[in-house]
Design a protein around this ligand. Structure first.
Ligand code: ATP
Ligand code: MG
Length: 581
């Protein structure tokens, strides 16, 4: 399906000139060497993410600039300048280094709500040379245990309520030496736990940031678990080059921006783009503690005067589900750029953005493993709804066949990247073989299927595991799902291949409905007819089943493997990242 191109905004119409104005020229002129020179290094080999993100601004006019505007679920506001964050993270670094004996390379994990202490703690840990590992606060005990055991974390920072959830698993974590509890005056901690507040009160505000090597481990992020057991992707301090550059040229950070990234720090978007990208660019970011709520989110944009908003397709689909009437009650004049990542962005959602906010969502593609945005739609280019955009500066992307040779434009194959960019993962924790198996023939093989067109736009087809083989046709679920959600009754769709003796697989769609629609046989037939009209016979779903809601990961990705396992009565596999389990 082709959708009309959304033409680029002419340069003269930009009130603030974008950082990336000529894609081709910039691709030729801007490489990682040039980007590296813009950051604060100790010498050619040593850099520390937290120094770049926080302390480097103290030497500039940004010293007293707001770095973080935080709003709690109850509506309380707290503001932190770069100087505040510097001093607080120094204190935390002292707590780890001097009090708890944390050394370079030790893992410090965070199982916390989205409160300021997670930002302070992460920056403090990086300053102390530790390796950070954030966990979704919504995780259950098993998900927490798996990750803490695998990473052999030495320190866990959590809250009284979250600790209660995991007390039973703590005896099974021999490497875990200390638990720090952030009380925030809300609840009392167990008397034998360490109190964040008490430790911080005693700690000094000055700390000599550990001069980490660019290849020293800094961040451990477990993947979303969409396709199987989550893997611990490990990133190094040099990754900050990728966060900084994509913040500058894709998100187009400008000095006076108020930026909002809706991702939880438990997911890589919440750290790469909820901490490192904005702050390495010296940008103010607004954070809302709570989860999704259409009303609260619209109000937050209006009140905080958000200029750049980075969110995910699942959230956009939920906003669409809440209807077009609600956003009419809010003012979105402050908004300049909208972005989306995490799953394919349905063309319908791109177009909806135009209608509601007067601008399209810019889709971009990357993974936990890639550490930063790899393929993107930039503010200065045409948007082709349904395309993830073009490779970032310094990134070479290609489509390869089953023998890992590059394919020409238009052909579907595996999406691959030439290794060597700064934020590329350096290993899967304790899974070196799996890591190495993904580098073949000079490419990093992403595990996604895609194609590229003549103008170097990339089009997502599906995850390799999700692609359906029906009567000799390869069908990406995304194409079918995107069409189904164009039906007025359909809120979301998840599409799988169901084994079939004749066609090998047939396409089956699970569909959830918008409020006000009833799951009747008549509606099912209507959706079927709608799909048959718009999709070829082979691609249109043979079966459509109504479902209240689709199984999703905590980061909002549709877990098609669960739909399939349930359909076939097979074991569910790893469900540690499943939402609302
Ligand atoms: P796991 O690797 O554990 O199965 P995951 O792949 O979902 O989980 P992430 O690293 O969070 O873990 O997600 C990266 C994947 O998300 C990509 O490989 C791709 O399949 C999907 N994705 C991200 N952005 C986009 C996008 N813009 N369009 C299409 N797919 C996307
Ligand atoms: Mg993956």
């Amino acid at each position: 399906m082709e959708y009309p191109i959304i033409p680029k905004k002419p340069l003269e119409k930009f009130a603030v000139k974008p950082n990336l104005q000529d894609y081709q020229k910039m691709r030729e002129e801007v490489g990682w060497d040039k980007i590296a020179r813009e950051l604060d290094w100790y010498d050619n080999e040593h850099i520390n993410i937290a120094n770049v993100a926080i302390d480097s601004h103290l030497k500039t006019d940004r010293r007293d600039k707001k770095a973080l505007i935080w709003e709690s679920k109850k509506g309380e506001i707290e503001e932190y300048t770069f100087l505040d964050l510097s001093q607080l993270s120094n204190k935390f670094a002292n707590v780890l280094n001097k009090k708890l004996g944390v050394e370079k390379g030790d893992r410090v994990f965070f199982f916390l709500e989205r409160i300021p202490e997670i930002y302070i703690g992460i920056m403090g840990t990086l300053k102390a040379g530790g390796v950070i590992g954030p966990l979704f606060s919504a995780f259950g005990p098993d998900a927490v245990k798996d990750r803490l055991a695998d990473s052999e974390a030495k320190v866990l920072v959590t809250s009284p309520a979250l600790k209660k959830k995991i007390v039973d698993i703590l005896p099974e974590l021999p490497a875990l030496e200390n638990i720090i509890i952030v009380e925030r005056g809300r609840e009392k901690k167990d008397p034998h736990d360490l109190s964040y507040e008490e430790l911080m009160a005693e700690a000094s505000e000055s700390f000599d940031v550990v001069k980490t090597h660019k290849e020293d481990y800094a961040i451990m992020h477990y993947t979303s678990g969409t396709t199987g057991k989550p893997k611990g992707a490990v990133h190094v301090h040099e990754a900050v080059l990728g966060h900084y550059a994509t913040g500058k040229y894709v998100l187009d950070f400008q000095e006076d921006d108020i930026y909002w990234c809706t991702a939880d720090p438990g997911w890589v978007t919440g750290t790469s783009y909820g901490m490192f990208a904005p702050w390495s660019n010296g940008i103010t970011q607004a954070v809302y503690e709570g989860g999704f709520s259409a009303k609260r989110w619209y109000k937050f944009i209006e009140e905080k005067k958000v200029t750049i908003w980075y969110t995910a397709p699942t959230a956009i689909r939920m906003l669409m589900k809440a209807g077009d009437e609600l956003p009419r009650g809010y003012c979105f004049d402050s908004l300049r750029n909208l972005y989306s990542v995490g799953e394919p962005l349905n063309p319908e959602a791109v177009i909806w953005g135009e209608r509601i906010f007067g601008m399209a969502f810019h889709d971009n593609w990357w993974q936990t493993e890639t550490g930063c945005i790899m393929i993107a739609n930039y503010p200065i280019q045409d948007i082709k709804p349904g395309s993830m955009g073009r490779p970032f500066l310094g990134i070479e992307a290609g489509i390869v066949d089953d023998d890992f040779n590059e394919l020409p434009c238009g052909e579907e194959g595996s999406l691959a990247l030439r290794p060597g960019w700064p934020s590329m993962f350096r290993t899967y924790w304790k899974k070196e073989e799996l890591y190495e198996s993904q580098f073949i023939n000079g490419w990093y093989i992403s595990g996604d299927k895609a194609k590229r067109d003549e103008e170097d736009y990339f089009w997502f087809v599906g995850r390799a595991d999700d692609v359906i083989n029906t009567a000799g046709h390869l069908v990406g679920p995304f194409e079918v799902e995107s069409l189904l959600i164009e039906h007025p009754a359909v809120a979301e769709a998840g599409v799988i291949g169901k084994p079939d003796p004749i066609a090998m697989e047939v396409v089956k769609a699970f569909v959830s409905l918008k409020v006000g629609y009833e799951a009747t046989e008549e509606l099912r037939l209507d959706i079927h007819k709608f799909a048959m009209k718009r999709l070829s016979r082979a691609v249109a779903p043979r079966e459509i089943e109504f479902i209240d809601s689709l199984p999703k990961t905590r980061s909002g990705k549709i877990m098609r493997r669960l739909l399939k396992a349930k359909e076939l009565g097979l074991p569910l596999g790893d469900t540690s990242t499943l939402e609302d389990d």
